[in-house]
Design a protein around this ligand. Structure first.
Ligand code: HEM
Ligand SMILES: [Cu+2]
Length: 539
């Protein structure tokens, strides 16, 4: 079928069978499931961003401004829980992973399409439970997203229901991981050798192992918090012989690897975009693929760097600090290879590339501030200050968040058959980028000057920079609003997007736009690598 006739037929949008909403929430088509995830995670991102705006408004000036201290505690907790568990962990793998991975492998769907649909249902149910916890019981949880004991065992807010929701979300994540691992092992088209797998899919492979191996630990940990609250088991409660530091170990044994669930898929997006918009094969393909696995493996052994000040032996601190520095090596390899790919390339600065370039810069700033935190001596100075908040926003939002929007501009036109307008995309990106740096760089300075995190109020000497940070949040969110609105309008009403306008060489660019229900008219036989533009016949 030619590109034009696929467009006329509407590809997978025009599925036979069910109609209406049933055609979506009961569909096992990976593309529909990917889009359902996308709408959900984007919705939660906007909710979380709105809460973030309110937190910054409260902190705009010293003293109480727009909310009480208790509301403030609930605000930053819910902001964190929504952003971490509902947006950034499932964000790229569940939405773009589902949309793109099977096609990049030359498969008609994932290995277990029904399990895939079940994962989405678990995600939706988990999300509903988490949201219900805000309005029922003793009110929205106020513990921070880390649910640290002993406070989380004692507070009368609705912690039990919230962590139960997170527990359900964990199963969704594990099942997606199992599905992707199996798909990558078993469903590759003839000729799709391991070294011809596009790097986005490679990054999802590494991510999936972390999802499968680490997520059960948080599930158990959160169940223990519930038993602690309901049965008073005393595992973590020192007055009953328990150990609160044990909770922190269990929490971070999952939650540090989880930061790699968040960032690896983002790095995969960047690895796919940079070569296409530089018109050059990726530099060091094998090193990038291998470094994903190295990050996943080494990153699972560094959890203790969150606990330098919680009480452990000096030797323990030394070992965790050493291991933390090792993780920086494969991350730096990736940055080096992206930059080398661009060297002497023919770079075109369209929206996906602008988001990808800003990813590299912002992620690098975040990673370098991670080294300051990873060195125990400097960490003791900035631990639990706004420096940490700045650090993880640089990696999570500057990294994964920008990669999410890079992916949206890069791949979504392929699925919708229409594209956004370039100019508003660029204006939105500029505002996001400027506002972002005003907001989070200021936080890092505030942290170094000693402003603690999660406090309702602060000393007058921090007033000016807090004001600056709040203004930054407005600029950034104005940018986000323009970007989202432009994407939304463009994908439903924009000009047609047909063929292979970016000039990609991986398989998703070889099929019709929008893709047909079964992805491929005929089973593909792969004869070239994902960045072999000549082999793919791209000029
Ligand atoms: C790869 C992406 C990364 C993400 C998504 C990430 C995310 C985070 C988050 C969410 C926290 C705060 C946890 C809390 O609420 O207490 C944090 C803290 C920390 N991060 Fe990262 N991080 C990343 C990379 C790194 C790197 C590369 C390093 C070091 C080389 C690092 C070192 C640290 C340390 C030591 C802390 C603890 C700081 C403290 O509480 O005093 N991180 N990170
Ligand atoms: Cu960590």
């Amino acid at each position: 079928m030619s590109q034009e006739s696929a467009m006329a037929e509407g590809g997978f949008w025009r599925d036979t069978g069910r109609t209406g909403i049933g055609a979506w929430i009961f569909s096992t088509d990976h593309k529909r499931i990917g889009l359902m995830y996308l709408y959900c995670v984007l919705g939660f991102f906007l909710v979380g961003a709105f809460l973030g705006l309110l937190i910054r408004l409260e902190l705009m000036a010293p003293g109480p401004t727009i909310m009480t201290a208790q509301t403030y505690n609930a605000m930053f907790t819910v902001h964190g829980v929504v952003m971490i568990f509902l947006f950034i962990i499932p964000g790229i793998p569940a939405s773009f992973g589902n949309l793109v991975l099977p096609i990049q492998l030359g498969a008609r769907d994932v290995a277990f399409p029904r399990v895939n649909l079940f994962s989405w249902w678990l995600y939706a149910i988990g999300a509903v439970i988490v949201l219900t916890s805000l309005f029922t019981g003793g009110g929205a949880p106020d513990t921070g997203w880390t649910f640290y004991v002993p406070f989380s065992a004692r507070t009368t807010t609705n912690v039990s229901l919230a962590v139960f929701g997170v527990f359900v979300l964990g199963f969704s994540s594990i099942l997606t991981g199992i599905n992707f691992i199996t798909t990558i092992h078993r469903m590759r088209a003839p000729g799709m050798t391991w070294t011809r797998i596009p790097l986005f899919t490679w990054s999802l492979y590494a991510t999936a192992w972390v999802q499968v191996l680490a997520t059960p630990i948080i599930a158990i940990t959160l169940l223990l918090v519930v038993t602690e609250r309901i049965l008073g088991l005393g595992l973590f409660d020192p007055t009953r012989g328990g150990d609160p530091v044990m909770y922190q170990h269990m929490f971070w044994i999952y939650s540090h690897p989880a930061v790699y669930i968040m960032i690896l898929p983002g790095m995969g997006v960047i690895s796919d975009i940079i070569p296409v918009f530089s018109r050059k094969p990726i530099f060091g393909y094998k090193m990038i693929a291998f470094s994903s696995l190295a990050i996943a493996a080494a990153g699972s052994a560094v959890w203790g760097h969150h606990m330098y000040t919680s009480g452990m032996s000096d030797l323990g601190v030394l070992v965790f600090s050493f291991l933390t520095f090792i993780v920086a090596i494969p991350s730096a390899i990736k940055v080096f290879n992206w930059v080398s790919t661009m060297y002497k390339g023919s770079i075109s600065l369209e929206a996906p590339m602008l988001f990808a370039l800003s990813f590299i810069l912002l992620f690098s700033i975040g990673g370098l501030s991670g080294l300051i935190l990873g060195a125990a001596a400097t960490d003791i100075h900035v631990h639990d200050t706004h420096f940490v908040v700045g650090h993880f926003h640089y990696v999570m939002f500057g990294g994964t968040g920008f990669a999410f929007f890079a992916a949206a501009h890069y791949w979504l036109p392929k699925y919708f058959g229409r594209r956004y307008q370039e100019k508003p995309a660029i204006i939105g990106w500029v505002l996001m980028f400027i506002g972002f740096n005003i907001l989070y760089f200021t936080m890092q300075v505030l942290g170094m000057e000693g402003m603690p995190r999660r406090y309702y109020d602060y000393l007058p000497e921090f007033a000016r920079l807090n004001f600056v940070a709040t203004v930054g949040s407005w600029i950034m969110l104005a940018g986000v609003a323009i970007v989202v609105w432009n994407l939304w309008r463009g994908l439903f009403k924009g000009e047609p997007f047909i063929g292979n306008p970016w000039g990609g060489a991986s398989l998703e660019w070889s099929i019709a736009t929008p893709p047909p229900t079964e992805n491929f008219e005929e089973d593909p036989v792969v004869s070239h690598g994902p960045y072999d533009f000549k082999g793919a016949g791209v000029p």
